[in-house]
Design a protein around this ligand. Structure first.
Ligand code: TXA
Ligand code: MG
Length: 320
């Protein structure tokens, strides 16, 4: 049985005790819900991979309550220090060389010499991390390949009975996962666009390159097909077929038998916050109506729109 915990002090304490005992707990961050485990406990981390049916070669992000706590486990250079000062707590994950002294289990980092670290901007998450007092490995709390969860019900829909508890903190604010920035080489590489935009990162450090779509080796988790809905997505649609639903954006969305608009006023931040929930809902409702596919309005490729388009591309990619 999976406990649903309220995110008051008692609930957070219960969640922390479960994590310290090797349990799995879903909790909200500002981006999406994570599935947490004590990163120093190899058995607990192994349970994450089982519960999610996640490939073992896909490393996890370690979460901390402060930059000081995070940097005990990795070697932070001047770029990392500056980015942490600018964006933590917040939706930016830094991949850095791991310190030999770090007790994070090898399985959490998929045996890589680097470690992904982040400090989430969410009161409940940070209190939880403080109480656990250890690094918490947390991938998004969905089954591998499915849509990321932005409310506690999404977590239970995928993982009920497979995890010990979920701390219910309502809807997450950003709605898309953190940006993942690789700082292990001389040039920073954006492995995954996310809640922290490239423009914002480039305002703090000089040069950022963007990983090609299929950098399977550098970011093993960046599978081309991900977030897979049941129905086929057709991106950049300006008209909608009779047998299609519309995932719309902006005030001029064309008519359709079923429409969910990510942001009727054309606001990318609002669209990002609504994105995963809307994708789940339109997939269910369009399937129930017997529609054949989902047309998606064009999304401007700027700011957090880049991250939305990245997720759409993976959701539309053929599955293998
Ligand atoms: O917003 C987020 O980042 C959420 C919340 C829960 O914090 N977490 C999340 O985790 O999205 P996950 O496991 O779904 O995505 C982690 C990404 C994967 O693409 C993984 O391959 C990459 O980070 N990653 C982790 N460690 C890495 C490493 N050492 N080198 C390169 N990529 C790494
Ligand atoms: Mg994920």
């Amino acid at each position: 049985m999976t406990e649903r915990l309220e995110s008051d002090e008692a609930g957070i304490r219960r969640a922390a005790a479960l994590l310290r005992a090797g349990g799995l707990v879903g909790f909200a961050t500002e981006t999406v819900y994570g599935l947490g485990a004590d990163a120093t406990n190899a058995r607990a981390v192994a349970r994450i991979f089982e519960a999610k049916e996640r490939p073992r070669f896909n490393p996890l992000i370690c979460h901390f309550s402060s930059a000081d706590a995070a940097f005990l486990h990795v070697v932070a250079d001047a770029r990392a220090e500056a980015l942490a000062a600018a964006f933590w707590p917040g939706p930016l994950t830094l991949v850095l060389p791991r310190r030999d002294s770090s007790p994070v289990s090898a399985i959490a980092a998929a045996d890589l010499p680097s470690l992904a670290v982040r400090v989430p901007d969410h009161q409940v998450a940070r209190r939880l991390l403080e109480l656990v007092g250890r690094p918490v490995a947390a991938p998004s709390a969905n089954r591998s390949g499915r849509v990321s969860p932005t409310i506690a019900d999404h977590v239970l829909a995928d993982l009920d009975g497979r995890i010990d508890a979920v701390l219910d903190s309502g809807a997450t604010r950003v709605g898309l996962e953190s940006s993942v920035l690789d700082l292990t080489g001389p040039i920073a590489v954006l492995l995954r666009p996310g809640g922290c935009t490239r423009e914002a990162i480039e305002a703090v450090i000089d040069e950022v390159s963007v990983a090609a779509a299929d950098t399977a080796v550098r970011a093993p988790g960046m599978l081309r097909s991900h977030y897979a809905p049941r129905l086929k997505l057709r991106l950049g649609a300006v008209a909608v077929g009779d047998d299609e639903a519309l995932l719309g954006f902006g005030p001029d969305a064309p008519p359709a038998r079923l429409t969910i608009n990510l942001s009727a006023r054309g606001d990318l931040i609002e669209a990002a916050a609504n994105f995963f929930g809307a994708l789940r809902r339109i997939d269910e409702e369009a399937t129930a109506l017997g529609l054949a596919g989902i047309a998606v309005s064009p999304i401007p490729d700027q700011g957090i729109g880049v991250a939305i388009n990245d997720r759409l591309g993976r959701a539309a990619a053929p599955r293998f």
